[in-house]
Design a protein around this ligand. Structure first.
Ligand code: SAH
Ligand code: SF4
Length: 471
């Protein structure tokens, strides 16, 4: 019989040890930078990285850092990098290069790199050999050890690299410095799916879940702090709980969070179609705080390509799931990720994607050109289609989505919707997202930021609504 995989947690003693390092770093940092050491943290990539960035800032604040608006005012700059596509990596490498003169302009300054990019062995090697001005490199699994790594740097000098391969473990109770209106709440880490194009399982380790009690306690805290929107994060939230000692499904977690008192909305991402259950759809239908929005990445509409991607569902499975989701959850908005130009994809495969997109009727699509990632199976697959051709397909998909989205947004004309105001544009218009996650810009008092506003939709564009506050 196969033993149930255990869900690893970082031992409390180890976390206490990191808290001690935070305290020990305080005087060392003051000695080096004066009374108010300042940090600047820049995040690349996905919401998980944004959330990690907030934990990094929490740890830095615990060491006595305050936060600068730009590298120029900072003593420590930390880039939290992304590796999911080459473009994200190029940006992080470019920004690192641009910080060379910043680093040498004042002695003692510290340049640190964290995130998925640095967890790749070839990148760590390159940083060691060719970026001598990078002081500290710490992969995503080692994030909770940032205090210890910084302590080593401050006491021993030289350079610190903490990027050895790790399976990863849940580190509970890390401090967090949340900013903004949207509250990010990771429910799990890592990924076991090994889609053939994706670097995430290689850099973020094996899937592990936080306990429902810890998640619920954190959600309570966020609600008490005034967050009206909480997005639950995981690479595949639908397999949440699979490795927990006490079983709990994602649907159960949603129901328990929905029962918390307070005026808030729950969102979640990402859902892998192969694990999207009827139980989850029923929870979405029943829980009034759960937004009627399902981000369900399909990646391709061709069975041949889905197989090569190791997605473990067929086009038919996906379409059946979409139909069930639409039937179960009234007013459901669907969004998706699509990769164009996967190795071996032919125009007929791409046409299957076009027809699937047409059949589903997504409210928004996130489209990506295939980007070969080191160490993934797809990197080695023959890829004969020229980039110009892939770009033509890509534009064809964008044009189709624009055509399909327009009537969907048009259907909102005149409707009243409750929208959380996320901020104010330079034009003075407020912005936010509808429950179904459609972007809306609207006139409202400037003090609406962070509050729910009832808006009436006065105009619809292909990807966006315009409106005015009516409350
Ligand atoms: N765990 C999530 C998010 C993964 S990364 C999920 O499974 O959906 C977000 C998106 O980036 C993916 O859905 C995929 O569409 C895209 N992506 C990942 N690797 C890629 C690659 N090598 N090239 C192009 N797009 C990629
Ligand atoms: Fe990558 Fe697939 Fe895991 Fe998403 S589910 S992170 S695409 S391997």
């Amino acid at each position: 019989m196969c033993a149930k995989p255990v869900n690893p947690f970082v031992p409390e003693a180890e976390l206490a040890c990191q808290r001690d390092f935070c305290e020990q770093n305080r005087p060392l940092l003051r000695e080096r930078f004066g009374e108010t050491p300042r940090a600047y943290v820049q995040v690349f990539g996905c919401q998980q990285n944004v959330s990690d960035g907030q934990h990094i800032e929490g740890l830095l604040a615990q060491m006595g850092f305050s936060f600068a608006q730009s590298p120029g005012e900072a003593d420590l700059v930390l880039l939290n990098t992304c590796a999911v596509r080459e473009h994200a990596e190029d940006r992080a490498v470019g920004n690192t290069g641009a910080l060379k003169s910043w680093r040498s302009a004042r002695p003692g300054r510290i340049l640190a790199l964290c995130g998925c990019m640095v967890q790749q062995p070839h990148v760590a090697k390159r940083l060691k050999e060719s970026f001598s001005y990078v002081d500290l490199v710490c992969g995503p699994q080692a994030l909770y050890r940032l205090p210890q790594n910084l302590h080593r740097l401050l006491t021993e000098g030289g350079r610190v690299f903490d990027t050895a391969p790790e399976e990863g473990a849940v580190a509970e109770g890390l401090p967090v410095r949340r900013t903004g209106v949207k509250g990010w709440l990771p429910v799990m880490g890592g990924c076991n799916n090994f889609c053939s194009y994706c670097v995430v399982p290689l850099v973020r380790g094996r899937e592990r879940s936080r306990s429902p009690e810890d998640i619920i306690a954190e959600a309570r805290q966020m609600i008490a702090e005034g967050y009206h929107e909480i997005t639950l994060l995981g690479q595949n939230v639908n397999s949440y709980g699979a490795t927990l000692p006490e079983p709990c499904t994602f649907a159960e977690l949603l129901r328990r969070l929905n029962d918390l008192p307070g005026d808030f909305i729950l969102r979640f991402m990402t859902s892998h179609p192969k694990d999207c259950t009827s139980e989850l759809l029923a929870a979405m239908r029943d829980c009034e705080k759960v937004a009627p929005h399902l981000h369900l990445p399909v990646q391709s509409g061709s069975n041949r390509i889905l197989k090569a991607m190791n997605r473990r569902y067929t086009r038919e499975d996906y379409l059946a799931l979409v139909q069930k989701a639409k039937e179960t959850v009234p007013g459901l908005c669907l969004t998706s990720d699509i990769i164009v130009g996967f190795p071996g994809e032919q125009y007929e495969d791409f046409c299957d994607t076009l027809s699937l997109v047409e059949q589903v009727g997504y409210s928004a699509l996130y489209t990506f050109l295939f980007s070969p990632r080191r160490g993934t199976p797809a990197e080695k697959m023959p890829d004969p289609v020229p980039m110009e051709e892939k770009k033509r397909w890509f534009n064809e998909l964008l044009a189709l989505q624009e055509r399909l989205a327009a009537p969907q947004t048009a259907a909102y004309a005149g409707r009243r919707l409750r929208v959380l105001c996320e901020g104010v544009r330079p034009t003075g218009l407020c912005f936010g997202r509808t429950p179904g996650n459609v972007l809306a810009e609207f006139t409202a008092p400037a003090d609406s930021v962070g509050r729910f506003v009832e808006i009436e939709v006065t105009e619809t564009l292909s990807f966006m609504l315009k409106g005015r506050a009516v409350s």
